[in-house]
Design a protein around this ligand. Sequence first.
Ligand code: AMP
Length: 397
Amino acid sequence: MATKTIKDVNLSGRRVFVRCDFNVPLKDGIINDDSRIVAALPTIKLLVEQGAKVILASHLGRPKGEKNAKYTLAPVAEELAKQLGQPITFIEDCIGEEVEAEVAKMGEGEVLLLENVRFYAGEEKNDPEFAAALAKLADAFVNDAFGTAHRAHASTAGVAKHLSPCVCGLLIEKELAYLGDKTANPERPLTVILGGAKVSDKIKVIDALLEKADTIIIGGAMAYTFALAEGRTIGESLSEPDFIQTAQSALAKAKEKGVKFLLPLDNLGVKDLNFGAGTVGDSKFFEGNIEDGWEGVDIGPKSIELFSNEVKSAKTVLWNGPMGIFEIDACNKGTFAVAKTIAESEACSIIGGGDSVKAIKMAGYGDQVTFMSTGGGASLEFLEGKELPGVTALDQI
Ligand code: AMP
């Protein structure tokens, strides 16, 4: 079964409720990163070209069910109008008679942006009345908000009960293709690189990917729990001793499945790390065991070489999670080296959302990868093999 997409229908002349992910980083009303707006454009443009009446909805931040000017979507309306090259009507509410009256005035190909749906508590509760009030504005539903597709909220799932057709937009279609099909049926070898802070957050992903990958590479703090599982010492490095057994099971499963499982050969250890100030004290590389008093914060040069060689021979690469505390300059070499190798490789490269996307952009390679996911939590849940309520609510063919 496949999810119906916007390409399967013609929404000309119809009122279309389009759930976007305009949850952009804002500081003093200025948008710091417009990636999510850019990512939403293809679907909006297609609907405009078809002559649909395009009613856009999104959340922004965590206003906790109350109106709060700090989380208004007004700056998004302004930026979106600029990027789209046409005026956008912004309404300071998302349900009710005034909104309905504005929608009634819309012509074909016109675009309207509703105010933050999370100004109502009913949004995150998936309250049926709130969903019905949103749905009253439209005939059809297009979900293109991948970042919230793992949540059953009123505007991501609830509205679907009232509208027809219910299809995914071009962004979700692409996310499903890369995180789904292209990793489930990849061009081989498929090398998966996982990093970040916690094994507990990613163990289900590791487990699911052990069924698909030819090679799994582990970096970041996660690697220290695996080091403990192999009987090595890790000094003061971040680890999860409660998950040592889980790590051992993953290692055993890899052996059983014939999946190459690579852990760092060496690590950068530091003293006196101050995350807030972005500084570290003494530092040195450790091969194998890390001594007491030292904290592992990045992979070392031998690991970089090992991991890079693996990436170079892959036909598909999936990356999720940094190799070290990349937010601090002294600890970003491993993450940036991996980013560079992925960017330079000929493989289909899929960056699985969250911090890896941030890191690849910081390293300056954002435009040299095949696909960057716009979802953090959603991409992880999808890679785990979980159903996404914002997708299952849509028409299936
Ligand atoms: P996650 O959200 O699980 O992908 O984790 C991302 C976070 O992991 C980043 O903020 C990194 O700073 C952090 N991280 C990566 N490597 C380490 C490490 N060796 N020690 C502590 N934190 C780390």
